[in-house]
Design a protein around this ligand. Structure first.
Ligand SMILES: [Zn+2]
Length: 546
């Protein structure tokens, strides 16, 4: 750790720091310079940056460092005359004022906070109320035209509270949606967004361990803490006033009171399901403790030549968890793999683009976003306040956690089958003698869990790669064991640290691959699209005026 600190100090002082000069020659046929890349990770993962937490002194050092490096590469400020985009956020600690009581004229059920239900509000208001709100069971709470599915059909939920199931109908019936591969309609975040679009006052998701892929304890602990949200221009008033979960046991008690059968839970997964008014009502008061803060995305632009009003975006989140609970005497969450690696890659890929003899025809934006760890907030802000038009943005290519496990025969395209970018990645992998494949557990919804997803949500085809596991020298079992070891022992802990013994050869191949994809796109005039059946296709078609 001391070594890292000294490297950073030198870098900031601008002394004899190789990462800051272009004089060093690449040693491999790759356009990516491994030595410079290694030094950039060492700086970004150093203790001096204090774990790169939004709003901390570590943020200021990190974003200034990125700005300086982009300037040295000769890149232009990506947001007017600034390298920064301010991201207003709000931290809200929501506490329900009492039990969640649901009643009809025959009786009532009362649920205890944390044991039986959780609830919060994104409204930037000290107090939020649900008043005598009628409950409606709206199945999976999904509106998916491409699957001919609408759980809100014929329903006016304004002022009402919808009760919905987690995951999507494909979880129980392989002929529906994408079967076990979870679509975005299955994510809990979607349930809240759709209910808000429908104008619901409240949303309660019924927890079920299998389709949720985690137990009630995870919901309970996650929802007992304050949450960081974007502070939108309308103070988040367009969101449902109350968002929450109820346990399966609570849902069954609720159904009993409403005199409806538990078979509704399975009926909801059948085609043609119709929402069911439960003829019960609830009132709830939520008190909010509110803290506002502003963080920053960092943006640098390499203007194109003849198609400069078309954009390719590379993203990597710069943030991590800062300082926290000490583990084995270390309280700095350096986030070396997560995501100093991707941020350093962003710098080095930018550098590779500046060295191209044939200049890119399209413009390339290098975007290092904030608050990924808090719920993909920086990328959410960028895509809801885009600096460059969404329908002129050709693709997003995202890097989040590049692993130093050496060369792999394979590379994973998370969400393989979503967009035409797959073929670009296949071609680039082929040139390296490698093959691509989808992630091993597509029911986990991994395509929805890093920054590229916010680009997908507004229709921009997005590529998210993850390192493969078939190690060239040690085989697949070894590769899988490395991933497991990271997840079990270093992920989101102070032990995610850089070491000069890291084998960067595999990361460099992965960087070269995403560089090739962007390079090809940068010389083309085509706009790759979403594949048939993708939940993002109709959004893109609409924004492209199709
Ligand atoms: Zn992370």
């Amino acid at each position: 750790m001391k070594i890292k600190k000294s490297i950073y100090t030198i870098a900031m002082a601008g002394l004899a720091f190789a990462a800051c000069t272009k004089s060093e020659k690449a040693e491999s046929p790759s356009d990516i310079d491994g030595k410079i890349f290694a030094k950039q990770i060492a700086v970004l993962a150093s203790d001096s940056l204090e774990g790169r937490k939004p709003f901390s002194a570590g943020e200021e050092k990190t974003i200034q460092y990125l700005k300086t490096e982009f300037e040295k590469l000769g890149l232009k400020p990506g947001n007017g005359d600034s390298y920064f985009q301010k991201v207003p956020m709000v931290d809200i600690l929501s506490k329900p004022a009492g039990q969640l009581v649901i009643k009809n004229d025959k009786g009532a059920v009362a649920f205890n906070y944390l044991d039986d239900f959780v609830a919060a509000s994104r409204h930037v208001q000290d107090q939020v109320k649900l008043t005598d709100s009628e409950l409606i069971f709206a199945g999976y709470g999904i509106v998916a035209p491409e699957y001919g599915w609408n759980d809100y059909q014929g329903l006016d939920v304004r002022g009402k509270t919808v009760v919905v199931l987690v995951n999507d109908p494909g979880f129980g019936d392989s002929t529906l949606f994408k079967g076990k591969t979870m679509t975005y309609y299955g994510r809990w975040t979607y349930k809240f967004e759709e209910a808000a679009r429908q104008g619901a006052a409240g949303v309660l998701i019924v927890h079920d361990t299998k389709p949720a892929s985690y137990g009630w304890a995870v919901v309970r602990s996650g929802w007992s803490k304050s949450k960081l949200y974007l502070n939108s221009d309308d103070n988040n008033m367009s969101r449902a006033a109350v968002e929450g979960w109820i346990s399966m046991e609570s849902a069954k008690k609720l159904f009993k009171l409403a005199k409806v059968s538990d078979t509704l839970l399975t009926a909801a997964g059948k085609k043609g399901f119709k929402p069911v008014p439960l003829k019960v009502r609830t009132s709830l008061v939520i008190n909010n403790m509110i803290k506002k803060s502003t963080s920053n995305n960092v943006l640098a632009l390499l203007p194109g030549t003849d198609r400069k009003d078309e954009y390719i975006i590379y993203t990597a989140h710069w943030d991590h968890f800062g300082k926290g609970e000490a583990i084995k005497g270390d309280s700095i969450y350096n986030g070396a793999a997560d995501n100093a690696s991707g941020t350093a890659a962003l710098l080095e890929i930018a550098s590779a683009f500046t060295k191209l003899e044939k200049k890119p025809s399209r413009s390339i934006l290098f975007l290092s976003v904030t608050a990924e760890e808090q719920g993909l907030l920086g990328s959410d802000y960028y895509t809801s306040h885009p600096v460059y038009p969404i329908n002129k943005t050709v693709a997003d290519i995202n890097m989040d956690v590049l692993q130093p496990f050496g060369k792999m025969k394979d590379i994973i395209i998370v969400g393989k089958g979503q967009s035409d970018l797959d073929e670009y990645a296949d071609e680039a992998a082929g040139k390296q003698g490698r093959t691509t494949r989808g992630e091993p557990d597509p029911s986990g919804g991994w395509y929805f869990r890093s920054d590229h997803f916010n680009f997908a949500k507004v229709g921009i085809p997005s590529l998210y790669i993850e390192n493969g596991s078939v190690s060239v020298t040690h085989g697949e079992a070894w590769g899988e064991a490395q991933k497991k070891d990271y997840n079990d022992n270093r992920y989101h802990s102070p032990a995610d640290e850089y070491s000069s013994s890291w084998d960067l050869s595999g990361i460099i191949e992965d960087m070269q691959l995403v560089f090739e994809v962007g390079k090809k796109l940068s010389y083309e005039s085509t706009f790759p699209g979403w594949k048939k059946g993708s939940e993002f296709k109709s959004i893109r078609d609409k924004s492209m005026g199709k």
